[in-house]
Write a protein that binds this ligand. Structure first.
Ligand code: DAH
Length: 350
């Protein structure tokens, strides 16, 4: 006869032992062994269960049967829970083993506006403040727009300063300066006129620190009935103080010659590095040459059908690169066009 109390006691011991072992188990292989220990064919539980059939009393048989099933499913579910926990730990360990925190993070290169574009933006914004509108003209020009209309007749010696690539057939050429946009604007619009025209120009130059075959210019023009040289000086002084973010800057007008202005000037600004005292940057002059300007020549006005007895005004032209170079103490124009990110990335602006 089988003592069901003894069976129950044995089952309960097995359960306690199993739960203890499952709880302290900390690896999946060991858990697998525990599973076969408690549920394999030769397991203690199986042995006990095989004895149930000898119990004669049906009531007792049922009770011990139910009790053993309860114990089995408890052990089973504890093993499953533990298995889930250990698998999670294993995954986390694998992840942390595969993350190399010394690895460089991926950096995306964010593009930036080119320094020349940045300077053109500042110029445009500054002159818009004075009521100038922004215009542009074609880079391929006719000889008339680029030279003749500006008093640079076919054999004028001043053409030598702006040698370019001529296309003989149609008398067209890549423009050598943005002054051609003055002419186009005066032909298209009636005074009063206030424009600023930035753009690319092309010359036949040997590349060196100060020359490239392509560079940028900005051309400014005011035409109305009264604008005079003191307006030229005061507008350009305020504009350049704004561009260089320096209110100590003064301008000086040196007499010069351009066939399309009379009188003509070279305009110098106080050297921003030494504030006029003289230094390496300004070759000890205290001044830095920035642009050309003058009162628009009466013949130029006649060339575009504007009466010089009624209208007058000034024009000016310079290079945005030059402004950027002076502002940032750069001494080689070629740097702007070499696409070297080591240079360009120093002036990131989006
Ligand atoms: N066109 C001249 C150049 O390329 C710059 C210039 C000088 C423009 C005087 C002007 C001006 O409008 O009045 O060097």
């Amino acid at each position: 006869m089988t003592d069901i109390k003894l069976l129950a006691k044995n089952l309960s011991n097995i359960e306690n032992e199993a739960l203890d072992k499952i709880q302290s188990c900390n690896n999946l292989d060991r858990l697998k062994q525990l599973r076969s220990k408690y549920f394999g064919k030769d397991s203690d539980i199986s042995k006990i269960l095989s004895n149930i059939k000898y119990i004669r009393n049906n009531e007792e048989k049922k009770t011990i049967g139910e009790y053993s099933n309860k114990i089995k499913s408890n052990i089973q579910s504890q093993i499953s829970d533990k298995e889930a926990i250990l698998k999670n730990i294993q995954i986390e360990e694998e992840i942390s083993r595969n993350i190399d925190i010394s690895l460089n993070k991926f950096e995306t290169n964010i593009g930036s506006l080119h320094p020349v574009t940045q300077m053109i933006d500042i110029l445009v914004e500054t002159f818009q403040y004075f009521g100038f509108s922004v215009v542009s003209g074609p880079e391929i020009e006719t000889d008339w727009f680029c030279f003749q209309s500006l008093n640079l007749d076919i054999n004028h010696p001043a053409r030598d300063m702006q040698d370019t690539f001529y296309i003989e057939e149609n008398h067209i050429l890549p423009r050598t300066h943005t002054s051609s946009v003055q002419i186009r604007t005066m032909l298209n619009e009636k005074p009063p006129i206030r424009i600023i025209a930035p753009g690319k120009v092309y010359r036949n130059e040997n590349q060196d620190q100060r020359h490239t075959f392509m560079f940028y210019q900005y051309e400014g023009l005011i035409i109305d009935k009264t604008t005079n040289i003191s307006d030229l000086k005061s507008i350009l002084t305020t504009a350049l103080r704004n561009i260089f973010d320096n209110s100590d800057i003064e301008l000086r007008l040196r007499h010069s010659f351009f066939p399309y202005t009379e009188p003509s000037f070279e305009i110098d600004a106080t050297c921003m590095v030494c504030l006029g005292k003289g230094c390496k940057v300004c070759s000890n002059k205290g001044w830095i040459e920035l642009l050309g300007a003058g009162m628009v020549h009466p013949q130029v006005l006649r060339n575009v059908n504007i009466d010089p007895n009624v209208y007058q005004g000034f024009a000016f032209g310079g290079g945005p690169e030059r402004l950027f170079m002076v502002k940032n103490m750069i001494d080689d124009l070629r740097l702007f066009y070499e696409n070297d990110l080591k240079f360009l990335s120093q002036f990131r602006k989006i």
